[in-house]
Ligand binder design. Structure first.
Ligand code: GLU
Length: 276
């Protein structure tokens, strides 16, 4: 009898947990992000915090700095007005989609390429930055391009959850790809000679080369990586507003000013080509 009651109470607990969880997930999917953000005067952005030029935590000031941080701030002001404020939540290539889906962030602005595969899970705005995948190697390395890595024994470093690790497996199928959890770790692995090259987008690699003068970007771009802002499905009002705000910052010169601020001095990077 005791056993019987225990079974009933356990099943009741299970049913209640399932009901609470489904209520939570449906309230996340039903929440109108734009309405809530206008009410709170805040947009919560998932951003990179270890990626120089895009989103990097300045350890002296504790502030986040980069093109995406400035762009997200400008879009927040366009959408919410001058009193609107951005909130930044650190994401990695692997955590950004789960954090969006859980409702922890409203939007991802984190060097994220628009791909048809990802568009099944999230919705994207127009592209706001045209990157391409490339390679970072130690200066003087025999690796000059992606073909040089397509051999047995070659090790390529990348980050889990990035498009880059998938692409490189197609371009250099004979090489082994080692996946680290973020770009800071991938750079440490390159420095400790655990791989022959680090692969991701050119802009990110130029940021790494700027802080590590013994390394250089080689081989040009072997893919096209247009970055988009990702939002949850069924947030069409919010996505449209973001697209509108992106057009506004392009029209009023903010976009080109930010491009010049972050990429104007980056060696090897043609910022003129990226102007809008
Ligand atoms: N743009 C690529 C991607 O979306 C690589 C950069 C990143 O890991 O965020 O996966």
């Amino acid at each position: 009898m005791k056993k019987y009651w225990r079974l009933i109470s356990l099943s009741a607990l299970l049913i209640m947990t399932v009901l609470t969880l489904s209520a939570c997930s449906s309230s996340i999917s039903k929440k109108d992000v734009l309405t809530e953000d206008m009410r709170s005067q805040r947009i919560t952005w998932g951003v990179k915090t270890d990626t120089r030029l895009f989103g990097l935590e300045n350890i002296r000031t504790g502030k986040l700095e980069g093109f995406e941080i400035d762009l997200a701030t400008a879009l927040t002001k366009k959408i919410l007005g001058p009193n609107g404020k951005p909130t930044f939540v650190p994401v990695t290539s692997g955590t950004r989609v789960p954090l969006l889906k859980n409702g922890n962030i409203d939007a991802i602005m984190a060097t994220m390429t628009i791909t048809p595969e990802r568009a099944k899970q999230v919705d994207f705005t127009h592209s706001y930055f045209d990157a391409g995948q490339s390679l970072l190697v130690r200066k003087g390395s025999p690796i000059k391009n992606i073909n040089d890595l397509n051999k047995r024994g070659a090790v390529i470093l990348g980050v889990a959850g990035s498009n880059s690790v998938k692409n490189v497996a197609k371009f250099a199928p004979k090489a082994r790809v080692l996946q680290l959890s973020d770009y800071a770790q991938a750079m440490t692995a390159l420095k400790s000679k655990q791989g022959d090259a680090l692969t991701t987008d050119n802009g990110i690699l130029y940021g790494m080369a700027a802080e590590n003068p013994g390394y250089e970007v080689v081989g040009g771009n072997f893919t096209k990586e247009p970055y988009g802002i990702a939002v949850n499905k069924n947030q069409e009002r919010f996505r449209k507003k973001l697209n509108w705000a992106l057009k506004e910052v392009e029209k009023d010169g903010t976009y080109n000013r930010l491009l010049l601020k972050w990429f104007g001095d980056v060696k090897g990077f043609n910022y003129q080509e990226m102007k809008r």
